[in-house]
Write a new protein. Structure first.
Length: 480
């Protein structure tokens, strides 16, 4: 039991460092496999095997050595039964008295109950998880938009090409931290001017993500479903149902073709049906012939170029609603791609020399300032790629909604950082932004310090109300 509790303590330390929360013994075991995959992308297969062997040996030691110690102690007590009984009685009495009187030495309790308290906390956590699972299932089944017909949804965006883009690990720290903010803020300021010169306007605010440091799919599903999805069980529950998402709302109208650009998806992804996507282009369908950049299967600029080639740039009978995941800012933020002229992107083989000349993740992660600097550069690259795409390939019907999925890990964002991420809407048609004038968002790509902060799960209903039907309304609002 002591070995198991020690193991769980170590898992807590790791999860708090990366995800800003403790380890949940009910549904977090699956994330260990994701951690191993990430480690392989960061330090290679050989290094990962070494770490895995060391981890297995540590687990065995934690389980076996305490058990052997107990056996040895039991045998020793059996050989000296009388002395052991007297000693146990004295020590037990002393412990009870110390606990009752609250005796301390140098601020620490003489009789500690931390182990029993830890066991109780684990049991309470399991009980709370099971209760939450049942409560959330009822919450997910209740949706004010569940029966809203398609002809009353998103009427103010008919004819528009709407793009929802998630930028990996793009958090408040990127635009407000003293080390990283200068470069990112300059990119956003220049991007605002570049888009304004191309005829676009922008509004931005803050959303509080349901996750931190990782588990991006929890942020994606929270934003799109309007439900607070902060653990794996909630994610499984909602994606197994038919709760309306922003993307499936577009599909329900029948007025849009809906597609997903998912370079981070490397195998079958059944959740595409839940999100209402007519087609998903995963990493195997985007035609990339270049190298991986650590975890990221391809640079963001290539993903956007593939989107233009495969969908956006083709003649269509319907406007397009797209969900695009940009992954170049995924840790470990080394090596990083570089922005290229769009006509040089090609099939991605041009990135071979860029990847080889990039920095080694192991070298970068040796110093906190290096990690934070490279993180800031990765956000600048992702933002530049997206802004440049809209400049070159956008048109008067383009509407872009982009946001971060969560804050980066504590090594970058700092201890006790908020979970806030920037969100922005960019449009050529001024009527699109007039619809959200009562949101009081900042008129630029960079949300101001006083911009509203909303929970991420509130965005879906606000968006559907601004651009279409209100729940329970008898008639659809006027259409532009």
């Amino acid at each position: 039991m002591l070995g198991v509790l020690t193991l769980l303590d170590l898992l807590d330390i790791g999860f708090i460092e990366v995800l800003g929360r403790g380890f949940n013994v009910v549904f977090d075991w699956v994330l260990l496999g994701d951690g191993a995959s990430f480690l392989q992308d960061s330090i290679g297969r050989t290094g990962t095997i070494g770490v895995e062997i060391a981890a297995v040996l540590l687990v065995l030691a934690l389980l076996v050595l305490p058990a052997l110690a107990v056996v040895r102690l039991s045998n020793l007590m059996a050989r000296h039964a009388t002395r052991a009984a007297g000693t146990t009685l004295v020590l037990g009495t002393a412990w009870v008295l110390s606990a009752a009187l609250g005796l301390q030495i140098a601020g620490a309790p003489v009789a500690s109950r931390s182990t029993s308290d830890l066991v109780q906390a684990r049991m309470d956590g399991v009980s709370a998880t099971l209760k939450d699972e049942r409560a959330f299932a009822k919450e997910a089944a209740s949706d004010p938009y569940h029966h809203t017909p398609g002809n009353r949804l998103l009427t103010a965006l008919r004819g528009k090409d709407v793009i929802f883009t998630f930028i990996e690990s793009y958090g408040r720290s990127a635009v407000q931290d003293k080390l990283m903010a200068p470069g990112v803020d300059a990119t956003l300021a220049k991007g605002t001017e570049r888009l304004r010169a191309a005829g676009y306007s922008a509004r931005s605010g803050w959303l509080t993500s349901a996750t931190y440091g990782g588990s991006s799919w929890l942020g994606h599903s929270t934003f799109l479903s309007g439900l607070w999805i902060d653990n794996q069980q909630r994610y499984r529950t909602v994606t197994a149902g038919d709760h309306l998402t922003l993307t499936s709302a577009f599909k329900r109208t029948g007025a849009w073709r809906t597609v997903g650009i998912m370079p981070g998806v490397t195998k079958s992804w059944p959740e595409a049906k839940f999100y209402g996507l007519d087609h998903v282009y995963d990493s195997r369908e985007l035609g990339y012939k270049g190298p991986k950049f650590s975890w990221s299967t391809m640079p963001d600029q290539y993903s956007l170029a593939a989107f233009e080639r495969l969908e956006h740039g083709k003649p269509r009978h319907k406007p397009l609603m797209s969900e695009i995941i940009l992954t170049s800012s995924h840790n470990p933020w080394a090596p990083l791609p570089k922005t290229l002229p769009w006509n040089k992107v090609g099939d991605g083989s041009v990135y071979d020399s860029i990847e080889k000349s990039g920095k080694n993740p192991v070298d970068v992660w040796q110093q906190t300032d290096k990690v934070r600097t490279e993180y800031g550069k990765s956000i600048q690259y992702s933002l530049n790629s997206l802004i440049s795409y809209v400049e070159k390939y956008g048109n008067k019907n383009t509407v872009l909604v982009f946001l971060g999925d969560h804050q980066p890990v504590a090594k970058v964002s700092g201890d006790h950082a908020s979970r806030d991420v920037p969100v922005a809407i960019v449009a050529h048609d001024p009527d699109v932004l007039k619809r959200i004038s009562d949101w009081h968002w900042t008129p630029s790509l960079n949300p101001g310090h006083k911009a509203p902060v909303w929970r991420m799960d509130t965005f879906r209903d606000r968006f559907l109300k601004a651009y279409g039907s209100h729940p329970g309304s008898a008639t659809p609002p006027a259409t532009h």
